[in-house]
Ligand binder design. Structure first.
Ligand code: SF4
Ligand code: SF4
Length: 175
């Protein structure tokens, strides 16, 4: 059952089952202890540079069951540095909660474009970004050793085992 709830100027769907789903997801268990002190957001190095990501707000919205906001691209800005987790007075494992939210979002087929592009590059090149030929030439001119060969086959196996490659293929088929 989903009901509509007004948040700010927008209407969002409230999913009463979402809270339980998060509680049952590995890493999501502690979010229920949050009492909205804001320490995580004050600590977060990402929140320092953008208004769109506030970890305490994400947790608050998750508690309300406002799934579509929780699944927004903002959650993916979390870099899992664990600064928040170390300082939360309630023992909320905030970084793990963010990871659990990303996992739930992916299970529901919600993956931001930049994550898809990132994964595609890793699977195609073995690197987190395409290294330009000029950079490789520069390394050689400075007497640096060549970059190690990426383990592409192992990466592909890993992507298959974690079903990451299936998700990308489904996306490509849908285009
Ligand atoms: S620091 Fe902990 S209790 Fe405070 S808002 Fe963040 S998650 Fe909630
Ligand atoms: S783990 Fe994520 S939410 Fe926590 S401080 Fe680091 S970037 Fe911010």
């Amino acid at each position: 059952m989903e009901i509509q709830k007004k948040v700010g100027k927008m209407y969002h769907r409230v999913d009463p089952t979402f809270k339980r789903k998060l509680l049952e997801s590995p890493g999501g268990e502690t979010f229920k202890f949050c009492y909205q002190c804001g320490t995580c957001t004050a600590t977060c190095p990402v929140a320092r540079f953008t208004d769109v990501f506030r970890p305490n707000k994400v947790i608050h919205l998750a508690k309300l069951g406002i799934r579509n906001v929780v699944y927004s691209d903002a959650v993916w800005l979390c870099v899992n540095c664990y600064s928040c987790t170390e300082r939360c007075p309630q023992g909320v494992k905030v970084a793990d909660v963010m990871r659990a939210l990303k996992n739930l979002a992916v299970a529901d087929g919600v993956i931001p474009e930049f994550s898809k592009a990132f994964l595609t590059t890793i699977l195609d090149t073995g690197w987190a970004y395409s290294i330009p030929a000029s950079r490789i030439a520069k390394r050689a001119s400075m007497g640096l050793p060549p970059l190690p060969k990426p383990f592409l086959e192992d990466l592909k196996k890993l992507a298959k085992m974690t079903e990451a490659s299936n998700l990308l293929e489904q996306e490509r088929d849908a285009e």
